[in-house]
Structure formats: C-alpha cells, structure tokens
Write a protein that binds this ligand. Sequence first.
Ligand code: SF4
Length: 407
Amino acid sequence: MDRKRYSKPELLAPAGDLLRLKTAVDYGADAVYLGGKQYSLRSRASNFTHEDIREACAYANARNVHVHVTVNEIPHDRDLEGLEDYLCFLQEAGVTAIIAASPAVMRLAKRVAPKLEVHASTQCSILNSAAANAMINLTGCDRVVLARECSLDEIRKIQKATDRDIEVFIHGGMCVNFSGRCTLSNRMTLRDANRGGCAQSCRWNYEVCAKDQPISTGDSFFTLGSRDLCAARYLPQLMEIGVKSLKIEGRMKTEYYVASVVSALRHMIDELYETQEPLSEERMNYHLREVLAAQNREVWNGFLNNPDGVDSIIYHANSDADVSHAFLGTAKSCSGGMLEIETRNPIDPGDRIEVLEPGKTNRVFECRFLRDEEGNELAVSRVPMRRIFMPVPFEVAPGALLRKAAV
Ligand code: SF4
C-alpha cells in the first residue's frame, strides 16, 4: 500500500487548569500537557493537585485524549525526595507520559512506573540524531521533544535516524535563551527559571546604558524577549516528515487562546490529512489568519526555515501587535432564539460576532440588540463578567466562545 504523503500528527495542547484542559480536549487536541504542584517548570501556571490530575485523566481518557505531565525541573538532590511515589501516582491516575529534562528522572520513571511513556523535554536541547540516540540509549525514553532551534532539514534527519517518536513545537512563546536554559529571571527576581519560577524577565522593557550613557536601540525601550512562534506555514512539511506530535506552548494562556489555536490547527491538520494535497495559497492564508486570531504578540516562523534569519526573532518593545478577533464572552444558554453570554470585552449592537464551537465550522451573526438580565435594552455592553442577552439566528451550545468577527 502506498504511504500517505501527509501523516497525521498528534496535536498536543497546554492546560493551565481543568477549565483550559477541558477546552483543549473539546476543541480537538489529541493530547494535553499539564504540570503538577511539584517537580514541574512553570510553577505559577495554575498547576494541578493530585485530585485535579485524576479528574483531568478521567475527562481526557474518556474522549481518547492522552494526558502528559511535566516533571521537567532540573532537580538538585533535595528535589528528588518523594519523586518515586509521585511517578507511581501518575501511572495509576491514567497519565500517558511524563515530560522530563533530567536523565535521572527519566531512568527512575522507567524503573518504578514502566507503563508511563517518558518524553525527553525540549530542555534537553536535542538538535541532532547523535544526541537523540544517545538520550534514547541512556534513558530508554519513548519520545524526543526537539529543541526549538532545529531546522526542517535537521528534523528530517533526526526522524530518519531514530526509532522513537519526535515532537516539535508548532506555536507559542519562545525563550530568548537556548530552549529554556536561562538565569535571567534568577538574577532579576531571585526566581529560579529552571525550577519553575521564571518571571519572564526577558520580556520586561529596559533602558540600555553603557556606563550610565544611554544607547539608542531604535525603540524607546529595549526588550530581550523573542517574538512568539507561529510555524503553521510549515505544517505540511512537518506532516510529510512524519513527526509524531506538534506541541502548542502556553500553559499560562487563556481558555480563549487555547480554544482558538487548537481549533485552527485541528482544522488545518484534518484538511491536509483528508485531502493529501498541498494547501492553495488562499487556504494557507485562511488557516494562518485563524491560527493568529487570538495572538497579541508579534510572531515569527521560528528556526524551521527562516529566510529572514535570526534577526526576525527580535520582539519590539513598542510593538502594537494586537488580537484581530477580540474575545467577547462565553455562551451560557440559548433558548427561543436568545443567546445568554457572560461578557469579557465590550460589545456594541451592530457588531459582527463569530461563534467557536467544538467540532463545528465557525459561524458569524450580527448582534441586532442587547438586553440585560431584567430585559432592559442596552446601548452598549462595557462591563466584563456580566450576563447579557442578544438574538441569535442559530442554536449555540453552552460553553461556545464568542469573538469579534474580522471586518
Ligand atoms: S526569562 Fe525569558 S528567556 Fe529566561 S527562562 Fe524566562 S522566558 Fe525564558
């Protein structure tokens, strides 16, 4: 049988809490990743209790979605206490895989919790097939999450030279340091980036001086921060190579961001897989607009195949990049042609509103009027987290997300 041109990769989405986990699952993720209260980087990202992890696994596994748990801090000896019990708990709770950066943690997991898959984190900075195979031989890991700094050619070579799954970042924030190895946050805030405390100091605005003399950087402020990654343009090539998993970064992002990016990439993967044909420029542009609809920072294509070189990674402190489709609110109920929503951003009568619902093509309608809970007509809605009503020409499921449609 002929091998298909495009394989179907796993779409792996971030989950900062149970709400965002369920959102990612409902909007089409094949797997989600989360952090527990211990042993995980991003310790501020609303990490999950043991009870939350059990609930996450029950919800995801019932829908054939895998749960991956980050156990990716770089541990000192004192950090290893209790780790064995934690790994056994994850296995018993129904977690599919751990994501680890330390070979010691990977080897321990293979010994005490053999049903868990072990994924070597991007923090291992694996950029070549020799490094990938060395890590596999050392730890027995089942998957290698490549460093974001790999090009498409390098990914292709590594995929050919190893017999394990390869995972690649497709979207989200970047570390300006090499795949997360950074002490800037430690210096600026005494919060250890390699043990979960990164304060994203690289994204702060700085004035640059040399011996108290200001240096002009072109912007009135200077930031070390990188633009966010948007590699969706290279999705066809990644599916041709046959990478196993495409990861979205962003455990600290909102439920709207998660729904929007997951839904857009789900549709793009499915279209490529079902047609087995390259996307026309028009379809590619359509998908890229959808992927970026919730994006509020400048983006770049990453290191996959960047004709503009690394200069294009620089984030401009004065960037006015903004979301093209503001998040308006969440559907709470819909009956008799009236939609009840909990608001997030201002809505005016006459606005064109786009409805995102799991598994459906987005639909657009025009808001003809607004009412409050007492039935009074509103000239505008400006208050967040308020219940308002508006007529809608089709059924909308509770939990659907509403955003401003593109003009
Ligand atoms: S400060 Fe910036 S570069 Fe350093 S770990 Fe945090 S996000 Fe990465």
